[in-house]
Design a protein around this ligand. Structure first.
Ligand code: FAD
Ligand code: NAI
Length: 493
């Protein structure tokens, strides 16, 4: 067995891992990137990108359905899910190849196989085995673990990958079925995005959620708007449902629930509800991929699978070994993994010395979140309840898409933006938006917050007209009663 020497070994080539590898190479480090399944990780292969490709097809259907209003009569159009999947597969393949090419261009070595840390210390480097047909050993001065996550599997849900599926199954390149009836367990981000997609492709979608509300992390007003839209589309969301069993009946699936308010010890005698469908998607969160990578041997602790790190450095309990992304159990978002990659690389290389980097600390104050349903959702910063709980006095401005010229032209009048500012300083502390381009709009608010700007700073910045970006301008103006295209009262000193 050969033992190649590296400055940095990165285990896992998802957004966290591939980003860390490129960043480290930019600083001049010699990097090994180890991946057991697919370069690009969940994000490119079974997450962000394939879902957004399918969302784009679903959105196209919506636009074609509305085309008549725009003076474009499209009669007799056909929806072809298999073709949409082929398009999705092509996008994924191109992006995956692009990432591999990028790593090659930076002269990073990509090893395909299961990475495991065998031992070592920062002074001598760490030995890592790469298990594949052709087993390899490498040595690296520092290690970043970026092994990500996979769909959470609950034994009672009998996930058989035939009729009872995870998001990985649905995003498999060969999954080309539109079920007549689709049951979705878990009305979180994944559940809502798939409900939207399959509804547009013709499925009858029923959702079951344990909590009293879907996407509980978002502002209640935003959730209400989405619920209203889903209802109008015929997507049924059943909240407060305790799923007791999920069964493949041979010809379909049968799910039995009782009310989530029934105490655990009284479930047996409680009233039961049954739901039937052709397929069932279980989207109830993600499990961290932290087993069999040498954590125990290195004295690295986990909490329900999540690797524990020093929150200031992202270093684990083993000096010289860092962990980033989903496997650390924080916010499971690709852009969070990117940010953590920057931090871990800076700290790892700074600790070796001789690289043009300074130590970094992660900053989670401003993390935009997006949900690609129709309408889109975007949010950043504090929610109203959190601000209230923290005793922050707030001002809120709201502005509807229906008052925006560009949105009207686009036929995208649904939704609104709400901007929150600190009452005393008028500094922006958060915003939520539901409607067209919401995720893009929230990026401007994130930038404003990153630089401590007030609603006036944004409002005094000329936004071109007519654009959707004026939603941000008017939303900020609305905070201080100055939105031009909205009725209000005179401003007093
Ligand atoms: P991952 O992307 O999971 O990558 C980890 C990689 O490590 C994998 O390729 C895995 O094979 C590999 N690996 C694991 N163990 C080993 C080992 N021992 N040796 C070698 N390799 C190993 N986030 C967003 O920000 N926006 C979105 O729109 C979005 N949509 C999503 C849609 C879905 C359906 C899902 C499931 C997730 C979505 N996410 C989205 C979340 C996003 O995909 C994750 O937050 C992101 O991929 C995490 O990156 P990561 O690098 O930490 O882990
Ligand atoms: P999630 O945490 O968003 O939602 C899971 C939902 O399932 C929750 O509402 C939860 O209450 C519910 N649930 C849990 N157990 C249940 C049970 N036994 N019965 C019924 N309901 C149950 O997790 P999800 O949707 O699986 O997504 C995982 C992660 O992927 C998210 O945390 C998100 O960060 C990321 N993601 C991001 C996207 C984006 O940024 N656009 C898109 C998709 C996923």
């Amino acid at each position: 067995m050969t033992e190649q020497q590296y400055d940095l070994a990165v285990i896992g080539a998802g957004p966290g891992g591939y980003h860390a590898a490129v960043r480290a190479a930019q600083y001049g480090a010699k990097v090994a990137l180890i991946e057991k399944k697919y370069v690009g990780g969940t994000c490119l292969n079974r997450g962000c990108i394939p879902t957004k490709a399918l969302y784009a097809s679903a959105h196209m259907i919506e636009k074609v359905e509305e085309a008549g209003e725009f003076g474009v009569e499209i009669t007799d159009f056909k929806v072809d899910f298999a073709k949409a999947v082929d398009r999705k597969n092509k996008i994924v393949q191109e992006l995956v190849e692009g990432i591999a090419a990028l790593e090659n261009a930076w002269k990073n070595d990509i090893f395909i196989g299961h990475g495991k840390i065998n031992g070592g210390i920062p002074e001598t480097g760490f030995e890592i085995s790469i298990q594949s047909e052709d087993n390899r050993l490498i040595n690296a001065k520092r290690v970043i673990i970026a092994t990500g996550s996979s769909p959470a599997l609950i034994p009672a849900f009998n996930i058989d990958h035939k009729r009872i599926l995870t998001s990985d199954d649905i995003l498999d390149p060969n999954f080309k079925i539109v079920p007549k009836r689709l049951l979705i367990i878990g009305a979180g981000v994944i559940g809502c995005e798939f409900a939207n997609i399959f509804n547009k492709f013709g499925s009858n979608v029923i959702m079951l959620e344990y909590l009293p509300t879907p996407i509980a992390t978002e502002e209640p007003m935003i959730v209400k708007q989405l619920q209203k839209k889903f209802q109008s589309l015929g997507i049924e969301i059943n909240v407060s449902q305790n799923v007791l069993s999920v069964e493949n009946t041979g010809s379909g699936v049968k799910v039995t629930t009782c009310s989530a308010s029934v105490p655990r010890d009284q479930v047996e005698g409680a009233e039961k509800f049954t739901f039937e469908a052709d397929l069932c998607l279980v989207s109830i969160g993600r499990a961290k991929e932290s087993s069999n990578i040498g954590l125990e041997e290195m004295g690295i602790k986990t909490d329900r699978g999540a690797i524990k790190v020093n929150p200031k450095t992202l270093e684990t309990a083993a000096k010289g070994i860092y962990a980033i992304g989903d496997v650390t159990g924080g916010l499971m978002l690709a852009h969070v993994a990117y940010h953590e990659a920057d931090v871990a690389v800076a700290n790892a290389l700074a600790s070796i010395g001789g690289f043009p980097v300074h130590e970094m600390t992660p900053d989670y104050n401003i993390v935009p979140a997006t949900i690609f349903t129709s309408p889109n959702i975007g949010s950043v910063g504090l929610r109203r309840k959190v601000a209230k709980d923290r005793g922050i006095d707030i001002l809120m401005g709201q502005f509807p898409y229906q008052s925006l010229g560009k949105a009207k032209c686009m036929g995208e009048e649904e939704g609104f933006i709400m901007v929150l500012a600190e009452k005393q300083t008028h500094k922006i502390i958060g915003a939520s938006c539901i409607g067209t381009e919401a995720p893009e709009l929230i990026a401007e608010i994130a930038l404003a917050m990153q630089h401590g700007l007030t609603v006036h700073d944004v409002a005094e910045t000329i936004h071109s007209h007519p654009t959707v970006s004026e939603m941000v301008l008017e939303g900020c103006e609305a905070v201080v009663g100055k939105a031009i295209h909205k009725k209000g009262r005179p401003i007093h000193h």
